[in-house]
Design a protein around this ligand. Structure first.
Ligand SMILES: Nc1nc2c(ncn2[C@@H]2O[C@H](COP(=O)(O)OP(=O)(O)OP(=O)(O)O)[C@@H](O)[C@H]2O)c(=O)[nH]1
Ligand SMILES: [Zn+2]
Length: 364
C-alpha cells in the first residue's frame, strides 16, 4: 500500500458536517441514537441502529427538515430520534450526520461541475474486473484508482473469471501503485451466481476483513456472483429494503451496504449498482500525487506549477528516475512514475482511452 500523506484537503473533508458549530437543536436530541445508513431510496433511509452492537435493529428513517439539502449516503453514521424501534410502520428521524472518515465522490463526467458524495466512511474501493468476457479495460481501472486515491481510500482489484484468461499482466501493471490484487474463478459449467462455487474467496475475505469496501464494476464482470458468494443472503437484505420502499430490485440504482459474515471483525461491502465509472472533474492533480508518498516528496522541489505529467519541463520525477542507483531501482522508479502519470492522464483527459468511459450513467 502506498503510504498516504494527508494534506489540508483531508482536514477539510474529514471532520465533515460534525465540524460545524452545534445548533440549538442539540440538547433536544440528547436522546439520539447512532445508526449506520445502509440504503437510500427516494427520501427513505434504511438504517441499522446500534450497528454491530447488542441492540442492533433495522429501521426506516427520514431526514429531519433541519438537515436541509445535505445528502445522507450509505456508510454514514447518523444520529436518529423518534421511533427507532424498527417495528412495522415505524419511522425514525435523522437529525445529524456524523463526521466522515472518507468521502467517495463522483462527477457525472469530466466536465460536470456538480460533484456528489456517493458513499461515506469506506476504507477501500474494490474494482471488480473480468479477465475476459468482457475484456479488462485498464482505463476504467485507472479512473477508479484515481477516484479512490483522491478519496484516500485503498484499492483492491478483484479479477474474476480466471478460468478464462491469465491475470499476470494486470498484477504487474497495478502492483507498482500499491493496488492489492485478488483473483477468483467459478467452476466451469457452474450455475450462474451460485454461492459457494467461487474459488479464491478466502483471499477476498481476507482483504475485506474488518473494513468497509465499495464494490464497482461494469455489467457482466461477475460482481453479483461475487457479492452473492460473500453475502449469501444479499438478495434477502436487498429485498427487505424494497419491501419498505415498494421498489423492485431491478430499478434500484443506489448503493446498498451489506454485512459480510464469516470474518474476524465487522465487515461491510457497499454495492453500487448504478456506478460503473467515475467522472474525475473533482480530482485535483496536485492532491492525487499525495497518494504516492515517495513521488510527492520528490515533487516538492518541482518548478512552480509543474503538473508532473509526461511532458512537464524539468519535472523532478524524471530526474529521480534518471538518478536511480542501479538498473533494478531505476526500473522500479520508472514503473512507479509511469503508473502515476497514467492515473494523472486519466484525470487530465489525455485522449488515449475509450470516450465511453469518461463518465458512466448519471446518478439518480
Ligand atoms: N467463466 C466464468 N464465468 C463467470 C465467473 N464469474 C461469473 N461468471 C459469469 O458471468 C456472467 C455475469 O456474472 P454476474 O455476476 O451476473 O455479473 P455482474 O457483474 O453482476 O453483471 P450485472 O448483473 O449485469 O451487473 C454470469 O453468466 C456468470 O455466471 C467466472 O469466474 N468464470
Ligand atoms: Zn513535477
Amino acid at each position: 500500500m502506498p503510504t498516504r500523506r494527508y494534506d489540508e484537503r483531508d482536514v477539510r473533508v474529514r471532520p465533515g458536517k460534525g465540524s460545524r458549530p452545534r445548533t440549538k437543536q442539540r440538547p433536544e436530541h440528547a436522546d439520539a441514537e447512532v445508526a449506520l445508513v445502509t440504503a437510500v431510496d427516494r427520501g427513505r433511509y434504511t438504517v441499522l441502529v446500534d450497528a454491530d452492537g447488542p441492540d442492533e435493529r433495522r429501521a426506516v428513517a427520514m431526514k429531519a427538515r433541519e438537515l436541509g439539502r445535505e445528502r445522507v449516503v450509505p456508510g454514514d453514521l447518523v444520529d436518529v430520534v423518534g421511533d427507532t424501534s424498527g417495528d412495522d410502520g415505524s419511522l425514525a428521524r435523522i437529525v445529524r450526520i456524523g463526521p466522515r472518515r472518507t468521502v467517495l465522490r463522483r462527477t457525472a463526467d469530466d466536465t460536470d461541475p456538480i460533484e456528489r458524495v456517493i458513499v461515506a466512511n469506506a476504507d477501500q474501493l474494490v474494482v471488480v474486473t473480468a479477465l475476459a468476457d468482457p475484456e479488462p479495460r485498464t482505463r476504467m481501472i485507472d479512473r477508479c484508482v484515481a477516484a479512490a486515491y483522491d478519496a484516500r481510500m485503498d484499492v483492491l482489484l478483484a479479477l474474476t473469471k480466471a478460468d478464462l484468461a491469465d491475470a499476470g499482466w494486470l498484477v504487474e501493471m497495478y502492483a507498482p501503485i500499491g493496488v492489492r490484487v485478488v483473483v477468483t474463478r467459478t467452476d466451469a459449467g457452474g450455475a450462474a451466481g451460485t454461492a459457494g462455487t467461487v474459488h479464491g474467496l478466502e483471499a477476498v475475505l481476507d482483504a475485506l476483513d474488518g473494513r468497509t469496501s465499495v464494490l464497482v464494476g461494469h455489467s457482466g464482470v461477475g460482481k453479483s456472483t461475487l457479492v452473492n458468494a460473500l453475502v449469501p443472503d444479499a438478495g434477502r437484505a436487498i429485498g427487505r429494503v424494497n419491501d419498505v420502499t415498494g421498489r423492485g430490485r431491478h430499478t434500484s440504482t443506489s448503493a446498498v451496504a451489506l454485512r459480510v459474515p464469516g470474518t474476524h471483525a465487522p465487515t461491510w461491502v457497499i454495492d453500487t449498482p448504478g456506478v460503473r465509472s467515475f467522472g474525475l472533474a473533482h480530482v485535483d492533480p496536485q492532491h492525487l500525487i499525495g497518494a504516492f508518498a515517495d513521488l510527492a516528496a520528490v515533487s516538492e522541489e518541482c518548478p512552480r506549477g509543474c503538473t508532473h505529467a509526461t511532458d512537464s519541463p524539468d519535472c523532478l520525477l524524471d530526474t529521480w528516475v534518471a538518478d536511480a542507483p542501479g538498473a533494478t531501482v531505476h526500473d522500479a522508479r520508472a514503473a512507479r512514475v509511469a503508473s502515476f502519470r497514467r492515473l494523472l492522464a486519466s484525470r487530465l483527459g489525455t485522449p488515449d482511452g475509450d470516450p465511453r468511459e469518461t463518465g458512466g450513467p448519471a446518478l439518480p
